[in-house]
Structure formats: structure tokens, C-alpha cells
Design a protein around this ligand. Structure first.
Ligand SMILES: N[C@@H](CCOP(=O)(O)O)C(=O)O
Length: 432
């Protein structure tokens, strides 16, 4: 399997090269040259397969030229050692809990898979790799955890100062070793712009091998398709058409779900649910993609004004809006809507949704107004405890703090404050 750049569609890059580069030399995102559907008996008997077997069969075609079957199985065992339960909260509405991993957010799978792949590919390399990553909240902690202590890899995480939750900040600033956190005086989009500028900067790239651990990297993006297969395995017995509502920021997760659909998984429809950072809902209505600076919300991990992966989604549908609309709806919700949904669901079911999950729930309910007989699954992308203040204020309850969060809470934050791109550049040139 080769990958091509979305700016230059000639498939000439291996999985290994795409992972190590992160982004193509022409700055396009990498995309697989083909997506071959899995045999129908895979889906017929999915309930009998383990999550490891499902993941192996699903990802194998993308990586098999560079990773042997035995090594891939080992990487998947290291990556997937926690649960992904589908929890029904009302008739025809369930949530897929993606927060049972080490940093309690859905990013754990992609971050661990990529860290394992990069460690595997760097085994006999002399040159160190620097992983640059921009985070609006959850990616940073997952990448810090996944890459901690990986030989030959240094990680630099950029996050917007004051715009991530306290627990998210602890997760990405307290680990030390090969992990450095940079606190940017700006928004997530500024962080993402600085990271992309560094990739273009030959003064840096001549001296330092850079890659990305955001979902622009195929090794971070593609494993997210597992979630949808794990959910399908659990919901198949309902015998209904399945709709996924995905709280969306950088749009990597929902795009991976669409790859699972291309692999043959039966899905009736996708819903991209956003907070007021609504560039995609507007595009889906008006056909005009107009990125704008992001606005801070209580679902901060989705505060993205120019989602990196939407270009992959458009590509999957040959940039044809009406075909895309047949498979994707997109709705935006305010913080007031989000809090109201958290309250209403908690009062009725005692289920505590985090603000991102609540946005997913709202999008699903909106879609089901016209399709009430579908079986809807909204993704709970992070544990509510990561947004303790919002949950306490909104619901008046204090969720129990799990051990993996308690572990970082008492630790001291270490970050380097930066304002402009040159600050990042100086750091990368000086600390080589
Ligand atoms: N929601 C993200 C923003 C970056 O997204 P990614 O999937 O491209 O890493 C976050 O939590 O940081």
C-alpha cells in the first residue's frame, strides 16, 4: 500500500515514510491509494472476533509492506489493552465510551499506535525524531503518555495558554523526560499554524527530523477507525440502521469512521457535531469553507477554527457536496445547549456526559428527529472528570477521580511560554 499527498495524487510513499514525515513535502496530507473492503464474512461474524483481531484485519492493508503480521499484532496488543463499551442511555440512543485508556480520552489509541510504530521504525536509526504536536486539550496528554520514554524520540507539545482544562494541562506538562510543553499565548489554531510553519522551515528541517503526532499523521489518524468497528460489533444485534454522532474538532475521528464505512461496515449516516466553532456545519449548508479564528468554549478540545482533516473528508467524496450530504449531517451547539443537555440527561438517567459527549448527544438527537428508528451512537470522547469544573458547576455532582488522573494532579507543571513562531523556532534550533 502506498500513500499519496492530497496536493499531488501520485502514490509513491510507503506507510513508514508517511509516518516519519507526518506531512508530505508539498504540505499535503497523506491518503491511502486504495481502501479495499473487508470480506463480508468479517462483518457477519464480527461479534465472535476479539478487538485485537478486528483491529488487525482492518489496519493490515495499510501497513503490511512495512510491518510484519507478527509485529503488527504486538503493536496492537500494546495499543488496545482497555475497553470500549457501548452504553445504552435511552431507547435507540447509546454512547461509545472512548475514555477508558491511560489519559481518559479517545486520543490514546492513535497516540499509542503511532508511538509504537515510530519506535519500531526508529530501531536502527541513528538520527533522533522530534514529534511536534498542537493540542486543544486531549491530544497533548495522550501523546505525552504514549511517547514517554520512547528511544530516539523527543516530543514538543504546543497548547493554548488558559484554554485547556486543569487536568488536561497537568497531563501534558508534568511528565518530563523526553516531553516538553510549550504554552502559547494564543488559540489552538495559532499552535497548529506554528507547527505547520516549522515543517516548512528548512532552517529547522535541515538540522532536525520533524514529524507530527496530530491526526494529520496517518499513524495517528487511521487507528481511530477501530472505534467504529468495536461499536458496530456491540450494536449489530439491535438489528437497526446505525448512525454515529461524532463530537468534532479537527475531524480526524469522523473521517476515520468514514474509512471504516469504506471497509464495508454498515453505517446509515454520520453526524458531525460541533460547538460554536461551526466552519463545517456552515460548509454543509452553504458549500463555502470559511475558516475563522476559534472561539473558546466548555468543550475546548473542539475549539478548532480550521479543521485539518476536513480536506480528507472532501477528498473521500470527490469534493461533491451533495454526495457528502447524503452521508453526513453537521450541527453546531452553544455552551448553553451543551449544559442543558448534560443536565437533562443526568436528571433522567444519572448518566454523566462530558461537554464533548453532550455535543455529540445533541447532534444525534437533532438527526433522529427525522430518523427516529435508527440506532444512534454518540461518541464520548473524554471522561467527564477531565472537565471537573464544568461538570461540578452544571450538574452539582463531583465525579470520583480515577487513579490515572489522580496520578498527575499533584505533580508540578513545567512549560515554556511562547508568543510567536520565532520563539518555537529558536527553541528547535537551540535544543538540537
Ligand atoms: N481535539 C484536539 C485537537 C487536535 O486534534 P488531532 O486529532 O488532530 O490531534 C485535541 O484535543 O488536542
Amino acid at each position: 500500500m502506498k500513500f499519496y499527498s492530497l496536493n499531488h495524487p501520485i502514490p509513491n510513499t510507503s506507510f513508514k515514510e508517511a509516518v516519519i514525515a507526518g506531512i508530505a513535502p508539498d504540505k499535503g496530507l497523506y491518503f491511502p491509494e486504495s481502501i479495499t473492503p473487508l470480506p463480508s464474512d468479517f462483518f457477519d461474524s464480527i461479534e465472535e472476533l476479539s478487538n485485537h483481531e478486528i483491529a488487525f484485519q482492518a489496519i493490515r492493508q495499510f501497513v503490511s509492506e512495512d510491518i510484519s503480521d507478527g509485529d503488527l499484532k504486538e503493536i496492537l496488543e500494546n495499543t488496545l489493552d482497555f475497553d470500549f463499551p457501548v452504553v445504552e442511555i435511552e431507547e435507540n440512543v447509546a454512547t461509545l465510551e472512548l475514555f477508558h485508556g491511560p489519559t481518559m480520552a479517545f486520543k490514546d489509541v492513535g497516540a499509542r499506535f503511532m508511538a509504537n510504530c515510530l519506535g519500531y521504525f526508529s530501531q536502527n536509526e541513528k538520527e533522533e525524531v522530534t514529534v511536534l504536536v498542537a493540542t486543544s486539550g486531549d491530544t497533548g496528554g495522550a501523546v505525552a503518555n504514549g511517547f514517554l520514554g520512547v528511544d530516539g524520540v523527543n516530543v514538543v507539545i504546543l497548547y493554548p495558554s488558559g484554554k485547556v482544562s486543569d487536568i488536561q494541562e497537568k497531563q501534558l506538562t508534568t511528565l518530563g523526560q523526553n516531553i516538553v510543553a510549550m504554552e502559547v499565548d494564543g488559540t489552538f489554531d495559532d499552535c497548529q499554524r506554528m507547527v505547520k510553519a516549522a515543517f516548512l522551515d528548512e532552517e529547522i528541517t535541515d538540522h532536525r527530523k520533524l514529524t507530527s503526532a496530530n491526526s494529520i499523521n496517518v499513524a495517528r489518524w487511521l487507528p481511530q477507525l477501530f472505534y467504529f468497528l468495536f461499536a458496530y460489533k456491540q450494536a449489530k444485534s439491535k438489528g437497526k440502521e446505525i448512525v454515529f454522532s461524532v463530537p468534532s474538532g479537527n475531524f480526524g475521528n469522523i473521517c476515520a469512521g468514514m474509512v471504516a464505512q469504506k471497509l464495508g461496515m454498515p453505517v446509515q449516516h454520520f453526524v458531525a457535531s460541533t460547538n460554536v466553532n461551526d466552519v463545517v456545519p456552515k460548509f454543509m449548508q452553504q458549500g463555502i469553507y470559511n475558516p475563522v479564528p476559534s472561539i473558546a468554549t466548555i468543550s475546548n478540545a473542539m475549539d478548532v477554527g480550521d479543521p485539518s482533516n476536513f480536506v480528507r473528508i472532501r477528498h473521500l467524496y470527490q469534493d461533491d457536496l451533495s454526495t457528502l450530504q447524503e452521508n453526513l449531517s453537521s450541527y453546531a451547539f452553544t455552551d448553553d445547549d451543551t449544559r442543558a443537555a448534560m443536565k437533562e440527561v443526568y436528571a433522567r438517567t444519572e448518566y454523566v456526559m462530558d461537554p464533548h459527549g453532550a455535543v455529540g448527544y445533541l447532534g444525534l438527537k437533532e438527526y433522529q428527529k427525522s430518523k427516529p428508528n435508527t440506532y444512534g451512537i454518540f461518541l464520548e470522547t473524554a471522561h467527564p472528570v477531565k472537565f471537573l469544573d464544568v461538570v461540578e458547576e452544571t450538574l452539582g455532582v463531583s465525579p470520583e477521580i480515577p487513579a490515572q488522573i489522580q496520578k498527575v494532579m499533584g505533580k508540578e507543571k513545567h512549560s515554556i511560554k511562547i508568543k510567536i513562531y520565532e520563539d518555537l523556532k529558536d527553541y528547535l534550533l537551540a535544543n538540537n
